[in-house]
Design a protein around this ligand. Structure first.
Ligand code: GRF
Length: 200
């Protein structure tokens, strides 16, 4: 079976991308191949991680391009040229328009650092998610992988992993535990599962 061609969209440090690249090397991801990494902003360390792994990178600087619409136009061209089957949002901070997500029904997945439907939706990203979880006093948090549609964090849930909240946790310590114990395992597993299910 031909491996599905995967594009990973990033905006930041790229620890989830690193987990995906490691998973492809170790064979956890065997039905897909990461062929492209795209960032919407210039100083994303994720781009360096991709280059170090020999993966093609492209910077589509949303600010320099003049905004989301132009960004999506360029992204669309790139994804078509690279014959991409699956788009993985890994620490990607731009909200994709409904026009874009409708073209990729069940072909875009995202990792969110909470147990959706808790602590998700517009404005819930990065440390803010964990600040709210700690403020609410939840004893369990975790991560969710879901399909992306026009509703922020609203697409069908693919997988979830719980992570205990420790007394004295800060947003940073909770974020780190959720990345280590949940995100970096869940996303590669979900990518493999979705690649197997794609029979283009
Ligand atoms: C982290 O908050 C992670 O939970 C979320 O995006 C942020 C950065 O991820 N998915 P990464 O290190 O850029 O993969």
């Amino acid at each position: 079976m031909l491996k599905k061609r995967i594009a990973v969209l990033v905006s930041g440090g790229g620890t989830n991308l690193a987990a995906l690249l490691e998973a492809e090397k170790s064979g956890v991801i065997s039905s897909g191949h990461i062929v492209l990494v795209v960032s919407d902003r210039p100083r994303a360390y994720a781009l360096e991680r991709a280059q170090a792994a020999g993966v093609k990178t492209c910077l589509l600087d949303k600010k320099a391009l003049g905004g989301q619409q132009e960004f999506e136009l360029q992204l669309q061209k790139l994804l078509d040229e690279e014959c991409i089957h699956l788009i993985v949002l890994a620490g990607f901070l731009s909200i994709l328009s409904s026009g874009f997500t409708r073209r990729y029904e069940k072909r875009i997945i995202n990792i969110h650092p909470s147990l959706i439907p808790a602590f998700c939706g517009p404005g819930y990203y990065g440390l803010k998610v964990h600040e709210e979880a700690l403020k609410r006093g939840v004893k369990l948090s975790g991560a969710t992988v879901h399909f992306v549609n026009e509703i922020a964090d609203g697409g069908e849930i693919i997988a979830q992993q719980t992570v205990p909240v420790s007394p004295g946790d800060t947003p940073q310590s909770l974020q780190q535990r959720i990345m280590e114990q949940a995100e970096w395992k869940l996303l590669p597993q979900a990518v493999e599962e979705v690649c197997r299910a794609i029979n283009d």
